[in-house]
Design a protein around this ligand. Structure first.
Ligand code: SF4
Length: 243
């Protein structure tokens, strides 16, 4: 398989993108343009820092196998990793041959039969549901919400474990009615293991400036402790495991 992946970077000992210690592969390319994105430098697939074969990435991963095995594993994120789904599928397949736990971190925006093939080699999906309101979602991301919801329902149907990720942005996603909609939706999925509330932060703002792009959320602060707790309590009302 000669396919080359366009990569942004690696993180060798990640601890937040799935269980245990993770080798994290950041893929280049993302069709969403989230207003709060802290990695806008991953958007343009033509600006990849590296082009690597599956074998080359696997070689890097195997150097860390003693650290990540058996409690951790490999997480492929981005950008949107499913933009390069053929490469991601082959890499995941090789990771499974090594006995490694695999996760993808995705917006669920790309959902088709080829994605279903990729999921065969994935143990856990970190699914980023950014907002349950269709209009707000479109305004926040520039794309429609539909596929993400279909993706989530499909994961439930095929018994694939899900961690839902949700960025809490004051004045945008941090509204009780949206949070209740999210809790209700997740409650109806069979395989949601965890809901992660990720408080909005502006650590990526400098990248927008470096890229000469307007960062529209410069006036928005991080959510307060109380609002973060409120969102977690709403998820608990729906019987969800939350952190
Ligand atoms: S999906 Fe992720 S990488 Fe893509 S724009 Fe949104 S936050 Fe950034």
């Amino acid at each position: 398989m000669n396919i080359k992946g366009r990569l942004h970077s690696y993180e060798t000992c990640g601890t937040v993108d799935g269980p245990g210690i993770r080798f994290v592969v950041f893929m280049q390319g993302c069709p969403l343009k989230c207003k709060y994105c802290h990695n806008p430098d991953t958007w343009d697939i033509n600006k990849a820092k590296y082009e690597r074969s599956v074998e080359e990435v696997l070689y890097e991963i195997k150097k860390y196998k003693n650290f990540i095995y058996p409690k951790g594993g490999v997480t492929i994120t981005g950008g949107e990793p499913l933009v390069q789904l053929e490469f991601v599928k082959e890499l995941l397949k090789e990771c499974k041959k090594e006995g490694l736990h695999t996760a993808i971190d995705t917006s669920g925006y790309i959902f088709n039969d080829k994605v279903k093939e990729v999921l065969k080699y994935v143990d856990l999906v970190l699914l980023d549901i950014k907002c349950m309101d269709e209009k707000e979602y479109l305004d926040l991301t520039s794309v429609k919400l539909d596929n993400t919801l279909k993706f989530a329902k499909y994961l439930s149907e095929i018994n694939k474990k899900i961690w839902i990720r949700h960025v809490l942005v004051p004045g945008i996603t941090d509204r009780d009615n949206y949070l209740h909609k999210l809790g209700e939706f997740c409650q109806n999925l069979k395989t949601v293991d965890l809901v992660e509330i990720l408080p909005f932060h502006k650590m990526g703002e400098y990248k927008w400036k470096e890229l000469g792009m307007e960062y529209k959320l410069y006036k928005v602060d991080s959510p307060t402790f109380e609002r973060v707790e409120n969102s977690k309590n709403i998820m608990k009302e729906y019987g969800l495991n939350v952190r």
